[in-house]
Design a protein around this ligand. Structure first.
Ligand code: CA
Length: 237
């Protein structure tokens, strides 16, 4: 875990109308050394995002003045800041709508402080990785715990051994790996890989995911690289 002083380079904007939850989040972030901005309405949050230029936005989906997905769409029209959605609702459709509108990840109320901090670290690691690849020579590969993708050579290895993938499996893997850390909805993946989002393609997605996992995961029933978000989509670590 990063020392609180190291976290000071990150600004986190919390948009949440419930004062108790907002105070808990801002206090937790503050104790971890993050710089924190807060807003209790969607419109106020959008203004704060424009003026503070945060590194991460934590957004409650149930705001009194605006629909959460509209806040995300407005923010996405000019910013690529990671958005962690907080949802009290049980319906997956709200989370899917938020992710399709451009959110990166979601957390469901009630959540633990540890869970919140873990999600924040994942999102900020992605920010750092993207910044590093902009400032240095871009390293066009994915590397995580033995799994290596060389995008230029279209070559995948696991623990040094070449993994032979079909073109579709490779395309699927690349979409997930290039968005590592983000939850991708079924619709998003179908559009990226198949070019359409027909419900009949869902079956193909499941089949290709199963064969891909068989090839890259040591234990496909306990996947290490690609996590399933039931009813929502997948996330690559
Ligand atoms: Ca709320």
């Amino acid at each position: 875990m990063a020392a609180p002083s190291e976290n000071a380079r990150f600004c986190v904007l919390v948009i949440e109308d419930d004062a108790a939850v907002r105070n808990l989040m801002t206090m937790t972030l503050d104790l971890q050394g993050y710089r924190v901005e807060q807003a209790d309405r969607g419109a106020v949050g959008l203004m704060a995002a424009a003026s503070a230029r945060p590194d991460l936005v934590i957004l409650d989906l149930g705001l009194p003045d605006m629909d959460g997905s509209d806040v995300i769409r407005k923010l996405r029209s000019w910013s690529q800041v990671p958005i962690l959605v907080v949802s009290a609702r049980l319906e997956d459709s709200d989370k899917v709508a938020a992710l399709d509108a451009g959110a990166d990840d979601y957390i469901v109320k009630p959540f633990s402080v540890d869970e919140l901090l873990a999600r924040i670290r994942v999102a900020l690691r992605r920010v750092e990785r993207e910044r590093a690849s902009v400032s240095d020579t871009p390293v066009d590969c994915y590397d995580n715990d033995g799994l290596h993708i060389d995008y230029a050579a279209a070559r995948v290895t696991r623990d040094g051994e070449e993994v032979h993938l079909t073109p579709m499996e490779y395309k699927l893997l690349c979409v997930l790996a290039r968005n590592a850390g983000k939850v991708l909805t079924h619709n998003y993946i179908l559009k990226e890989v198949w070019g359409t989002a027909l419900s009949s393609d869902m079956a193909s997605l499941r089949v290709f995911m199963a064969t891909l996992r068989k090839k890259i995961e040591t234990d496909p029933s306990h996947p290490k690289y690609i996590q399933t978000h039931v009813g929502i989509g997948y996330r690559m670590s």
